[in-house]
Design a protein around this ligand. Structure first.
Ligand SMILES: [Zn+2]
Length: 231
């Protein structure tokens, strides 16, 4: 049985994972439409770079190639035990990775879990992993959600295919206005290397939320493509 996280999102609900997603009262159809148009246009301009004239390229908060951050042990390929699928749980046939930002300055898996349950009415944290920025959790810490531990469908993408077969990774932060921390990006690369290797996911199937729906997520300042590219 496939868990369905909810109805197909309304346009104003497309940035479904974010605490900042706008909720328009259902009895304001005109306003809903106007906001939806604004959100759509602005969002699309912020993602693929096709219409981003004048937008500065994102800053890359990563050490130069071939150099490691001296503040942390060199463990570029290290896999944290918590990432592994618990014994007795059947691995899902993951084919994609969808990258998100939280749209908030701070947060944690627990905070987003509460929001997704109580406000969105979903079955808990929409993502499979949350990577902290030091405000709510440790900078670069990878939190593993219950949907990963149970190998369950996500509720992060707004598109059934990507919810069913996409691993949802959320970096805490609002990358419309700031960039991820170095430790967040290092953790993301390590996690990507693991899941891509484990499930044979191609680089081209590691995508941003804005690549599949009209949303700003994960923000125009999110480094893209990710350098160095995950293997
Ligand atoms: Zn998102």
């Amino acid at each position: 049985m496939t868990e369905q996280p909810g109805p197909v999102p309304m346009v104003d609900d497309v940035p479904s994972c974010h605490l900042t997603s706008r909720r328009i009262p259902p009895r304001a159809p005109g306003l809903r439409m106007a906001v939806a148009l604004v959100v759509s246009v602005a969002s699309l301009a912020g993602c693929n770079g096709k219409t981003g004239g004048g937008v500065k390229p994102p800053e890359l908060p990563v050490p130069p190639r071939g150099k490691t951050d001296p503040r942390r042990p060199a463990a570029p390929g290290s896999v944290e035990p918590a990432w592994k699928i618990p014994p007795g749980v059947a691995a899902r046939k993951w084919r994609y990775v969808v990258i998100h930002h939280s749209g908030t300055d701070e947060g944690s898996a627990a905070a987003f879990d509460r929001y997704h349950r109580k406000v969105k009415g979903w079955k808990g944290l929409a993502y499979h992993f949350v990577i902290g920025n030091g405000r709510g959790t440790v900078d670069g810490a990878v939190e593993v959600g219950s949907r990963w531990k149970g190998q369950r469908v996500g509720a992060h993408a707004g598109v059934p295919k990507y919810n069913n077969f996409g691993i949802g990774i959320c970096l805490v932060g609002n990358f419309e206005k700031s960039v991820p921390t170095k430790k967040q990006m290092e953790a993301l690369r390590r996690l990507l290397r693991y899941v891509m290797s484990r499930f044979d996911i191609r680089s081209s199937d590691v995508i941003r939320h804005c690549d599949i729906v009209p949303t700003k997520c994960p923000g125009k300042r999110f480094p893209w493509p990710i350098l160095p590219p995950p293997k």
